[in-house]
Each structure stands twice: as C-alpha cells, then as structure tokens.
Ligand binder design. Sequence first.
Ligand code: ATP
Length: 319
Amino acid sequence: MKRIGIMTSGGDAPGMNAAVRAVARKAITEGLEVYGINYGFAGLVAGDIFKMEAATVSDMISRGGTMLFSARYPEFAQEETQLKGIAQLNKFGIDALVVIGGDGSYHGALRLTEHGYNAIGLPGTIDNDIPYTDFTIGFDTAVNTALDAIDKLSDTAASHERTFVVEVMGRGAGDIALWAGVAGGAADVIIPEHDFDVEAVAAKLKSSRERGQKHAIIVLAEGVMHADEFAAKLNQYGDFQTRATVLGHVQRGGSPTAKDRVLASKMGAYAVELLMQGKGGLAIGIQNNQLVNHAMTDLFNSKHETELSLYKLAEDLSY
Ligand code: ATP
C-alpha cells in the first residue's frame, strides 16, 4: 500500500477536520502518500481528488465543519456507480481509504472493500448513534453547544419564571438530550428511548413551583416530537409560562472540544495503522476508553445503546 484516500461523508460534525488531519499526518509520517477526496462518494465518482501534504491540514484541528466537504449521494448504492468510483481510485493510484461519516457512509466503504480497496470507517456524527462506540466524533462538541444555550436560556427562564422546552438534535438517539440535560440541570429530559407522560411532567413542574422553584428547563430530543407540540401538550395541564426553543443546526458547527479533537486524532492514527496491516471493512470505535474495531457488517445488525442510567440520574437529581 502506497497511497491512501480520505473522505468525509453524510452529515458534517465538529472534529471531522481533526480526523482528516490525523489520518493525513500519520500516513505521511509512515511514508505513505495521501489524497483528499472532496464531497464524499460524489467527489470520488467525479474524480474531485487532490494530493495532500502535511501543510494542507495545518490549522485544521480547531476548525468545525469539514475541509473535504460532504454530500448526500444515494447513487453510490448502485454497482455501476461504484465501478466509476473504482476507476477514479485506479486513475489516482489510491489503494485504500479512510471514510469519516455515519453508518450510511460505512455501507459505501464496505462496497469499496468488497471491490478490493480496503476502507476503514471513523464515526463522525454529532448524534452518537453508531453501535460499538461509546462516543462519536462531534458528539462532545454538540453537547457543549447545547449546554451553552441551555445555560443562557436558564438565565432568562429564571428572570421571567418561565419553563423552556429546548429541542436538541439527535434524530433517533437521545444522547445529546441526556448529556446536555444532566449537565444543564434540566427538570426533565424527554428521549425516544424512554417512555414519558406529559401529565406527570406537569405535576412535577407544579410541585417544584410550590416549593419555590419557579423556572425550569425541559430538554427534548428531536426524535420524540417538535418543541412547539410538546409545549402545547404541557400547557393543557397548567400555565407554566412555557416557551419552545429549537437549537437546530447551530449544534453541528463550531470549533471542536479538546475531547473531540483527541478522539479524532486517536481514531485517525489508528485507521492508518489498520490499513497498513492490510485490513479493511472495519469500523473504529472507543469502548471503555480503548480503541476498538468491529466488522462493518456487525454494525449494520446492531443498534447503538444509549446510556440510560443517565435518564435515571436526571430524574433523581431534578426533584
Ligand atoms: P449521518 O449519520 O450524518 O446521516 P451517514 O453516513 O449515515 O451520516 P448517509 O447519507 O446515510 O449519511 O450516507 C452517506 C453516503 O454514503 C450516501 O450519500 C451515499 O453516498 C453512501 N451510502 C449510503 N448508503 C449506501 C449503500 N447502501 N451503498 C453504498 N453507498 C451508500
């Protein structure tokens, strides 16, 4: 193996650049040549590929977004399109790849491995919804962005004795809501992985108000329902001066936290080591603070496990 390619694919996440940097620098340190592939699988098929030097990734570790851009390109599920991508790999002499993205991107990476071009996947998504990893690249930054907003909303909630329903991202996963909720001292956290009862939430708010706690933050995962809808349901059980706030895409941007930068750096360097061992079709994760790799096919049959003990903790501490 002499040349490796790197791409970012699917939704962007803070720390993707730190991962690109780690892959490029580790590969160059090991005497390999590195090629950046812009716009994920779309750029691969279009031949939007360029040689990277160590300096190409200078100052990238602190930047959010992805310097390699990203794109949704469902056409890559077709074999005919994959073969066009393979033709580009041959043209540029790329033997192996690192793909940074979510599980959709892993499907594309596995197809390339099956065609004889080893690909290793790195979990780049704020949602933390990838199996066999405790954390994904971008999750910690997104939690901290949500937490910063929650802290600010708490100030205004306290001043006007209001209840804020704060909708955070996460699609089907409640991880951002749980972490931001526990860290932000939320009165309740509503996630798709746990049932909830709006009447019980209202009863809890009422008893808190009677004890003198007249403002509250409820953190709602987007996969449950919209913040406006939840606020309307809550208002059926009393007047809590409710306001709904949707944090939205602000959670996808920003300079990555130290935790995300270190995670991305560790995973990026490990991906290069695995490629140098001639391995492919593997997804990297971190479990109990140890780097791990699993067959991508195992991931497709598994579901990420949300740390539900945090739900109980949020309940116990919000009394
Ligand atoms: P996120 O979790 O942020 O959505 P993702 O990687 O899951 O990231 P997707 O849009 O599902 O995002 O997938 C990214 C890209 O991977 C797709 O646009 C497509 O190019 C490729 N891809 C997805 N599924 C397949 C598949 N079954 N076969 C080949 N390529 C695929």
